[in-house]
Design a protein around this ligand. Sequence first.
Ligand SMILES: Nc1nc2c(ncn2[C@@H]2O[C@H](COP(=O)(O)OP(=O)(O)O)[C@@H](O)[C@H]2O)c(=O)[nH]1
Ligand SMILES: [Mg+2]
Length: 301
Amino acid sequence: MAFKSGVVSLVGKPNVGKSTLVNRFVGEKIAIVSDKVQTTRNRIGGIVTTEKGQVIFYDTPGIHKPLHKLGWYLVKIAVGALNGSDLLLVMVDYEDGIKASDHLVARHVNASKIPVFLVVNKIDIAPNSTRATEFAVKARELFENVEKHFLISAERGDGVTELLDEIIERLPEGPKLYPEDVITDRSSRFMAAEIIREKVLLLTKEEIPHSTGVYIHDFIEKENGVLFIRADIVVERQSQKPIIIGKHGSMIKEIGMLARQDMEYIFDTKVYLELFVKVRKKWREKDNFIQDFANLKEDLE
Ligand SMILES: Nc1nc2c(ncn2[C@@H]2O[C@H](COP(=O)(O)OP(=O)(O)O)[C@@H](O)[C@H]2O)c(=O)[nH]1
Ligand SMILES: [Mg+2]
């Protein structure tokens, strides 16, 4: 059989499990995940190569009604990813049900005219498969180009292998676009910023996760193989700075320790990480700050 390849974008409202699914497909954590909305701020390519084909999965920010300029950029990135996709995986969330934000997703998806696989995620919450199927039938009504629907649990892995097989089958014939061992189109520098932000999301709450940006000043490979990384954690208000620093520096120490552990695992080398906390008032409303602190430059090219 001919080798297949293509681009598949994951779209859906925030928090449905898009990043969890991309990580599942790739088999490594390339996109950060949290229980907070708008965790994903970029279009992150996850590359899966099998004997039958190669898929470039684009994880995207959740489509939502933006409340600030950063949010506007996130929706622009997500909607922009639709164009140029061979297939869309449109995700809905069994746990959360169908909401106004799913209708907003549907407007963009339907306008794109791209074929859709509808993916019902979090079926581990469903009491039985009949209920999950009923939900899928209801969700299908929103989207015009659904060819098939799938019931999965991205977290547990249920249904994911079957979904991947069907995706590859549906793609056009084509060559490998990336070498087999490449699993993401994002740079190590970008991954480092995301790992730091993930730890902030994990350890803080309310407005802080949303107000946090990360800027990598230095990403230097030393002669002895050690990676030297110097980064700013950027928040929006003076009052947020002491929270990130914590009592006697306990919070920033923990963020740094957890981030360094993950970095040493994924970069497979010793990492020296230096973190600072900066305040940039209302950075989420200012174009140049947004590009730097949400690392959007590659997304907006
Ligand atoms: N119960 C359940 N939770 C899930 C599943 N997939 C993802 N989640 C959770 O949903 C939340 C959002 O996941 P994430 O991948 O960041 O969603 P995204 O915003 O669509 O990228 C996280 O807390 C995940 O752990 C699933 O299959 N079942
Ligand atoms: Mg995400």
